[in-house]
Write a new protein. Structure first.
Length: 301
């Protein structure tokens, strides 16, 4: 019925069987037979035969079926687009934390689902086998949340800064730094920062090392069998520190023996969205635009 209705639209536009049949690359007799079959299935005539013209019912059917087929074609096209993604959800790589910048990511993911109800989103917060850069390059992630120095493949990966966040440092009470009222990067130079065996965590720790390098400090790192973010704080030693986002209070909840130290002057860290250059998935552009808009809303409050 659908194919015959498409043929009906062509004939209704031309009101000439020979012209319509030529356009449809079929014989006139075949077109005539299809229209007769369509009328029999519908239960009402579509055309007056002499001269060929639409009946009132045919005119109504033309207006209605044209809109219906147009919507159906769009549904089919979108279905093919979804099928081409092999059912993989739109994946965002982000280390777990409770911060304003992570709230923006969750909010943007929800907005992306609202705009695209058929699209599933996944926020991967603990993949110990891949850095965010590796996940992007291996097409395991569509978007990654990264920091200064996290990306080395700048020819393949684009980054867009969408916000920034202040940093602080966490130490054990037994660490002499715990007595300081304010902190500088130079104060941390004698101590070490844990480096995780979790490769996704290295997205953050590598950028911390480069932050220190930019201030002329060769950061010491202790390579540890740290699997989750919580392990950084649960297993922190007196000769170590962890640099974290100042607004995230989770470390103290995980380990009440910790002390949070604030940098003076405040140390701001840019936060970026990263994605493969040349990726034509419209969801990526939508997600980036949502993050930028939500970040701007937050700045205006």
């Amino acid at each position: 019925m659908l194919d015959y209705s498409r043929e009906f639209i062509v004939l209704a536009e031309r009101l000439n069987y020979a012209s319509a049949a030529e356009h449809l690359h079929m014989s006139t007799s075949a077109l005539s037979r299809h229209i007769a079959d369509l009328e029999q299935e519908l239960g009402f005539p579509l055309f007056n035969r002499a001269p060929l013209s639409l009946t009132p019912a045919g005119q109504y059917y033309l207006e209605s079926i044209d809109d219906l087929i147009g919507n159906l074609d769009r549904i089919i096209a979108r279905g093919k687009e979804i099928a081409s993604q092999d059912g993989r959800p739109f994946t965002i790589y982000m280390l777990p934390c409770r911060t304003a910048f992570s709230d923006i990511v969750y909010k943007a993911a929800a907005e992306l689902r609202r705009r695209n109800p058929e699209l599933a989103t996944a926020i991967c917060v603990d993949d110990r086998f891949l850095t965010t850069e590796e996940a992007l390059l291996q097409h395991k992630a569509d978007i990654g949340i990264v920091y200064d120095g996290s990306i080395t493949s700048n020819e393949a990966i684009a980054t867009v800064q969408y916000t920034q966040a202040p940093l602080s440092a966490w130490v054990c009470r037994a660490n002499p730094l715990a007595q300081l009222e304010s902190l500088s990067l130079e104060d941390l130079a004698p101590y070490a920062h844990p480096r995780s065996t979790n490769r996704q965590s290295q997205t953050a720790t590598d950028s911390i090392a480069k932050l220190f390098q930019s201030h002329g400090i060769d950061l010491q790192m202790h390579f540890r069998n740290i699997v989750t973010r919580a392990d950084f704080f649960l297993a922190l030693r007196p000769d170590e520190f962890v640099v974290e986002f100042e607004e995230d209070a989770d470390p103290l909840r995980l380990n009440p023996d910790l002390v949070q130290l604030h940098f003076d002057p405040p140390l701001m860290r840019p936060i970026f969205l990263a994605y493969l250059k040349g990726n034509s998935d419209p969801a990526i552009r939508q997600f980036v635009d949502c993050c930028l808009a939500f970040a701007q809303e937050g700045d205006q409050r």
